[in-house]
Design a protein around this ligand. Structure first.
Ligand code: TYD
Length: 133
């Protein structure tokens, strides 16, 4: 089974341009408590290298592109995000790495919890221990 769950957002485009709307419990499957974004990421940079105990997120490349690799401890899957009309649903208990950022990439993240360092698992062996416990 693939670890990649993509959601297609409705696109409200006309001759003026494009508009996409994100709403909790409509096209985002949780209450949004936090929004953050990554930009100006250098192309050789790979970031992430962590999992979460409880956090749910939706990742959207609202400009440019990047690759997200997910790992549940036994399977790995990668996807290129390159459309502002599409979101990647990311549950907890998934090790994630982000790479191949285009220089113009703006990666928007919606999250269902405030930032909490204690929700992070930043060591891969600790992640494997956590999910097998
Ligand atoms: P970090 O977790 O290293 O980013 P990533 O794993 O995506 O590469 O986060 C970089 C810094 O930003 C780190 O000091 C924590 C801080 N941060 C916040 O303060 N709030 C947030 O919502 C996030 C995601 C990070």
């Amino acid at each position: 089974m693939s670890l990649i769950t993509l959601v297609d957002f409705n696109w409200h485009g006309d001759d003026r341009g494009s508009l996409v709307s994100l709403e909790s419990h409509r096209n985002i499957p949780f209450d949004v408590q936090r929004v953050y974004y990554m930009y100006n990421t250098q192309p050789e940079v790979t970031r992430g290298y962590h999992a979460h105990k409880n956090l749910q997120q939706v990742l959207i490349a609202i400009n440019g592109s990047c690759t997200i690799t997910l790992d549940d401890g036994s399977t790995k899957d990668s996807v290129e995000l390159s459309s502002p009309r599409q979101g990647l649903l990311l549950g907890s208990h998934l090790w994630r790495e982000m790479s191949n950022f285009s220089t113009d990439c703006v990666l928007l993240v919606l999250a269902d919890q405030h930032y909490d360092e204690s929700d992070y698992i930043r060591d891969y062996d600790a992640f494997l221990d956590y999910i097998s416990a």
